[in-house]
Write a new protein. Sequence first.
Lengths: 191, 211
Amino acid sequence: MTRLQPMAPSDAPEDDAPSVEAAALAGDGGAWAALIKRHDHKVVVALLARGVLLERARELAQETWLRLMEQQRLGRLGELTLPGLAIVQAGFLAANDRRRSALPPGLTDVAPAPGPSAEDTVIGRQRLALLGQALASCPPGARRVFMEVYDHPELGYAEVAQRVGLSVQRVKQIVFEVRKRLRQALAEADS
Amino acid sequence: MKAEEMSGVGGVQAHASADELALFILDALDPPARRHLERHVAECAACARALSAEAAAEVALTAAWSEVPRPLAPVLSLPVRPAAVVPVPAPARAVPRPVAAPALRRSSARHHALAGNSWSNGLAAAVLTVLFVGYWNDGGRMTTMMGASGRSRAAGELGEAAQCTRELFTPAPLLLASMAPEPRGARMCTVADPGETPGGLCQEPAAACGE
């Protein structure tokens, strides 16, 4: 499979997501590189959630970006809403991949985790309320950083760090801690 | 296979911890740890499943995030202004203005103003009743033992207790002032009253209020 080659750094500003996407829509390779760097891991995570193996998920993510760039070059890409569009495209590729495979899914992919799949998982009202309570119990500063990250999936850690005035490493640490607290709240409710 | 170990190509390696998996999903692992985890997950089916589950949890959280109730912003402490009573003007200079349901509004305001007094009086009466019933059930022994002077002293103490109860549950003077019956001819201000404070008392001729 063709792997994307690293491109030259883009001149597009990192903190202005719409302009980067507009530049990518205009065919700017550097803008595409910036967007791939920003959103590729989210695409991989979405594929992992579908039970795709990590290595295969990386390949499918690469193929996803190639297809999007190809569609842009053909003028079929009217707008670029990321990471949603890439995740949807990757989902189609994963489904095709599974259908094309001669081997049963269990031998090529990791069997999905026990319980409902990511698509079927619906966080009920009660669990949403628990999440809200756990979020409210976090320090306001940490809460703000976490909400900034999850309210703006189009932004990367670097952009969020710039917005909140913290280092990228600190933003990652805060997101990890708050997310851990949310997961613990759900786990305690389940137990 | 033990929980802490796995059989890999390079020998026995520790399973990835939940924190490592979460950090990987968040793209927050440093490069050496990430490479180590990727090598391990490629060879360990259990950790690959755990990674898939962690990814599914992340996708679910992301999908439901917009519905997670957000903590409310701290409530601003607004300054409390005392109710301003505008003096009632002379009827000759007053300009009648139509007022929606003035009688009902006045009745409601008076009800609220008197509610505090009624409540404290009722509570005092209840205390007295309890004391009296207790004395009654006691068969009058307390009275007998105390004698005439004791009875009068007991009556005095009961009176003091009632007074204390009434004082205890009487609203503070400031509250009383705000709950006092509005002056005759005054009415509550509304937003529609130009130049007046909503909720305060406005000047209003008695005739316009239906009296």
